[in-house]
Design a protein. Sequence first.
Length: 197
Amino acid sequence: MSDDHKAKMQERQATQRAKVAELQDPEKGLVLVHTGAGKGKSSSAFGVIVRALGWKQKVGVVQFIKGKWKTGERQFFDRLGEVTWHTMGEGFTWDTQDKDRDIAAAQAAFAKGREMMESGDYDLIVMDEINIAMRYEYISVEDVIAGLDARDKRTGVILTGRDAKPALCEYADLVTEMTEVKHPFKSGIKAQRGVDF
């Protein structure tokens, strides 16, 4: 049985190595979209930040929605002192209840993100919850794609939030959809520090 397993694994290894040999480095930053109704979109992006920092890459974050909400990731990266961080949103739209203010905040956040993308100073920019800003039409998907097109060649971008626009998903190099299977909120459990924020 072990000889049979070894032969199968050697065959898989050869197939995988052949596939990898055909791949090319695009020599540009990639565009990743984290979307879907499940939790983990921003958390996954923050994990990629840790990976980039491990390679001594320069990283920036622009948050579109979370406002002054105190989060563990923000506190961690502030202590680390290696991530340029701009929290530009004013909180959830049901908190502000002022569409014009929400639009102005989202447009200012995208202007900051675009400035960072075009600067050539960053290897990775995370635009956290930008998909929500597009969902509510505070910024247009066309403007976001134009900004992505104008980014410096070196800069990769992660765009998070539910309901990513189809045009953005088509444009992106990688799209991951988080699927909710079970959520403690539906069982009456409030968000937990260190797990949810």
